[in-house]
Design a protein around this ligand. Structure first.
Ligand code: MN3
Length: 199
């Protein structure tokens, strides 16, 4: 069964007033995300991964030694990453649910300290990649950064929040100002109800 590009959970222009333009959505969802779907499907066709789930393919091909397996990993992990990313945002900042705020306070000291750590991870990721708020197997929360398409599934972690720091995610709206994009993401774009639902 081939994977499909999911529709955005909101209109292309729904985030425009909050710092992510319709033009970014047209490029990022309709072209970039769609390319991961098309190329991922092509890469797994006729292989042992053709009938596996996204999660099984990602954990099964991470750090593989063959070029073909790396091609599968890169496209399928980016497919999964973007599936999560659209759901993690929404039109208008939502309030942080109390159980999430308590968990963040426990792990980082305060919401502001969490935001500073998350932003620093995203700004400090050299080249393309992602920064994440993850839940570890022991239940603790942590901020991480990953290169290219690597994601928390590769390390047995649950992705609570992820921010795409590939240039295609911010160059139309913020040009080279990745830190401004990250600050706007945390303050105006995150759907905290979705983040809490992943706990
Ligand atoms: Mn992207």
């Amino acid at each position: 069964m081939a994977f499909e590009l999911p529709n955005l959970p909101y209109a292309h222009d729904a985030l425009a007033a909050h710092g992510m333009s319709a033009e970014t959505m047209e490029y990022h969802h309709d072209l970039h995300h769609n390319a991961y779907v098309t190329n991922g499907n092509k890469a797994i066709e006729g292989t042992e991964w053709a009938d596996k789930s996204l999660e099984e393919i990602i954990t099964g091909t991470y750090n593989a030694s063959s070029v073909a397996q790396n091609g599968i990993f890169n496209n399928i992990s980016q497919l999964w990453n973007h599936n999560q990313f659209w759901d993690m945002m929404g039109p208008g900042a939502s309030a942080m649910p109390p159980e999430l705020e308590a968990a963040i306070n426990d792990s980082f000291g305060s919401v502001d300290k969490f935001k500073a750590e998350f932003s620093a991870a995203g700004a400090g990721q050299f080249g393309s990649g992602w920064c994440w708020l993850v839940k570890n197997a022991d239940g603790s929360l942590a901020v991480t950064k990953t290169e290219n398409g690597v994601n928390p599934l590769c390390f047995g972690q649950t992705a609570l929040l992820g921010c795409d720091v590939w240039e295609h995610s911010y160059y139309i709206d913020f040009r080279n100002a990745r830190p401004k994009y990250l600050a706007n993401f945390l303050d105006n774009l995150v759907n905290w109800d979705n983040v809490a639902s992943r706990m």
